[in-house]
Design a protein around this ligand. Structure first.
Ligand code: DON
Length: 308
């Protein structure tokens, strides 16, 4: 049993998954970085916002590779530092507004990771919230059902880093904290997250999607807090992803305008189109009206929002 990881974003409390998932750490680091910018003034989908969010993603994913793995095997993980506001300030100072940074597999020393996962967001009559992501890996995991128990075993070995030193520009990660070892739990990207404001529930969310999960959750939160979208708008809005390596922004088809793409390229960002990103499920609680709004992700035919 491990305590959730906690931080804040523009006066909201963010409660998310601790290691051995990397999701909470990366999400909090990205939100801390982005807190220093007026995203709303630049506007949703602007090259400025995509650039700044990409630079936050690049840095969080680099730290994820460098530091995060099963805490039982990585007792020195500097988690408090990684999610601190002062560290985010240092990272912000390395971001140029007019230019993409470069991701390099040799930017720190190595002694060289992995996408069917389900996310459920729940709020009960007492407004207690649960955010749960359950990963099998692809296609029914290992396809083995535990007899008498009724659940499938996962196929998670692919979430360990493949081999020491195997970190390359294509996105293979071979860093030490997440190398496979007996009894060790692999580093996940699951990011089941609860956002509260003054201790009161605001948002419950999460998603499948491998490493894109972290950025999908980030964008859902930013869409609600910075861009003041209602919860379905926040889920429907086009998404993009940058994971340090490969050093590229992948964006959902029709999700960025040709002008925005040209501006991003002129800043030095390689840009690629992808089909769709994630299947986030979210609930927003409006305390003033005591209303719950559920938003299923229409990218996935299995998504639903139900009220009982
Ligand atoms: O825990 C993780 O990060 C991965 N096993 C998640 C895989 C996943 O989301 C596959 N789904 N699309």
């Amino acid at each position: 049993r491990r305590a959730p990881i906690q931080g804040t974003y523009r006066g909201h409390e963010i409660i998310s998954m601790p290691p051995s998932s990397t999701g909470g750490m990366a999400l909090l680091q990205m939100l801390n970085i982005l807190e220093g910018y007026d995203l709303a003034a630049s506007g949703f989908g602007s090259a400025e916002v995509v650039h700044l969010m990409t630079e936050a993603m690049r840095r969080a994913f680099a730290d994820r590779a460098r530091y995060v793995g099963d805490p039982d095997f990585n007792p020195a993980m500097p988690m408090a530092l990684l999610i601190s506001k002062s560290y985010a300030e240092q990272l912000r100072a390395t971001i140029r507004i007019d230019r993409a940074s470069a991701s390099s597999p040799t930017s720190f020393e190595w002694p060289a990771e992995g996408q069917e996962t389900t996310h459920v967001s729940v709020v009960d009559a007492d407004r207690q919230a649960v955010s749960l992501t359950y990963t099998l890996e692809q296609s029914y995991g290992s396809k083995i059902v535990v007899s008498g128990a009724g659940f499938l075993l996962n196929n998670e070995m692919g979430d360990f880093n493949a081999a020491p030193g195997l970190t390359d520009s294509a996105g293979l990660i071979g860093t030490e904290p997440n190398l496979a070892a007996p009894g060790k739990r692999m580093a996940s990207s699951m990011t089941p997250t609860i956002v509260t404001k003054d201790g009161k529930l605001l948002l419950v969310t999460g998603s499948p999607g491998g490493r894109t999960i972290i950025n999908t959750v980030l964008q859902t939160i930013v869409n609600v807090i910075d861009f003041e979208m209602n919860i379905q708008e926040a889920i429907d809005a086009p998404r993009f992803h940058h994971q340090w390596l490969p050093d590229q922004i992948s964006y959902e088809r029709d999700g960025l305008s040709p002008d925005t793409i040209a501006l991003l390229k002129s800043r030095g960002h390689p840009v690629n189109v992808r089909v769709r990103q994630g299947a986030a499920q979210a609930i927003r609680y409006d305390e003033a009206t005591d209303r719950l709004e559920g938003a299923p992700d229409r990218r996935n035919a299995g998504s639903t929002a139900l009220g009982y």
